[in-house]
Design a protein around this ligand. Sequence first.
Ligand SMILES: Cc1cc2nc3c(=O)[nH]c(=O)nc-3n(C[C@H](O)[C@H](O)[C@H](O)COP(=O)(O)OP(=O)(O)OC[C@H]3O[C@@H](n4cnc5c(N)ncnc54)[C@H](O)[C@@H]3O)c2cc1C
Length: 378
Amino acid sequence: MRWHDLAVIGGGLAGVATAYFAARAGADVVLLERRDLNLGASGSNAGSIHAQIPFDPYREMGEGWARHFSETIPLFRASIARWRTLEAELGGSLGVAIKGGVMAAGTEADLRALERKVEIERAAGLPVEMWDRETLRARAPFLSDTLLGAAWCAEEGKADPFRAVPLIARRAVEAGLDVRRNAPVAAVEQVAGGWRVAGPWGAVHARKVVNAAGADAAHVAALAGVRLPIEGHLIQVAVTEKRAEELPFLLYFTGARLTLKQAAEGGYLIGGGWPARAGPLPMVDQTSMIRNLAVAQAMLPSLAGAQVVRAWAATVNGTADWRPILGEVPGRPGFFLNLFPWMGFTAAPAVSEAIAALALGQTPQVDLSPFAWPGEGA
Ligand SMILES: Cc1cc2nc3c(=O)[nH]c(=O)nc-3n(C[C@H](O)[C@H](O)[C@H](O)COP(=O)(O)OP(=O)(O)OC[C@H]3O[C@@H](n4cnc5c(N)ncnc54)[C@H](O)[C@@H]3O)c2cc1C
């Protein structure tokens, strides 16, 4: 019987990047994807590369939450550093552009809250600066003059969700990765010497397994008797027609959900996690779209009249506290989790490299121990 060093479950960025780093290190890796690569969140997201703590959960859960969540900042920073080097390593474009991110405040209360969040981020090592109203006007005269100030982080930016998984997968296959498409995993069983992972397509044996099944990771973990607090949420994104070049950075707003970026070609990508609707497939919700566009236009007045040319909905992997769940599951030797919710596109490169290192018995370059499986009842 053939034994693989590693079986990776899930063909999104987390799974494909884990498989790539492990295969590149010489491991015999098989990747099991129930449909095809990049059809989940990794190929349908907004492509923002984040480093600042998101404002929405901060407003809801407060400074204690932000301090706890700030443990992820070293992971985001390591991943951003990895996004910067990956294109050269892979020999192709991933559409990476790190031109900074502005989180703009619309009220005095939000500005004060933003200042406190910036203190927490700085304490965690993130270079962020506060811009007062005049500085914001001087640096971004195209934004609404109602904004009172902003936090600026030069490390944020974007990458292309259509390019990342395909290119990394190609290089992984060149390094020997065995990709099995149409291979839904329906059984994960500990056996002598490792794990048996099976489905209607057959079975593989591997010494180690990585669960990178995104929004369905709880289902996959349950197959191994592990209960995970991760679930799917339907959210949506819209893209406008091409407009004159104006917005160089990633823009957020404290007053309502918004991420806004302008592509090199001129179109604006408008997101921020507005809810979509369930259907046979995820469906765009028109009310969400209108509200999302209204926020974008209020922040960037020149967007008024812009036509939306495309919108889509998809399922994002979410945890209630926004924290990732990473590393080997205690009591399940050789069963690893690579689950980064809400902002998993940003985090995947460095986190997946670390998960691959752990699974191969090496020391990872980033410390994943604060994000270990929280245990039953979490
Ligand atoms: C609309 C939207 C916008 C977003 N915007 C951003 C953003 O701007 N920046 C950012 O950082 N993040 C963003 N995210 C979040 C980010 O996309 C995800 O956190 C990340 O892509 C998760 O990657 P993943 O590989 O874990 O999951 P996925 O890409 O969802 O991949 C999981 C894979 O596992 C497979 N799978 C599931 N169950 C099984 C099984 N039983 N057997 C075999 N295969 C299985 C699925 O088919 C899927 O291909 C956004 C998400 C959405 C939906």
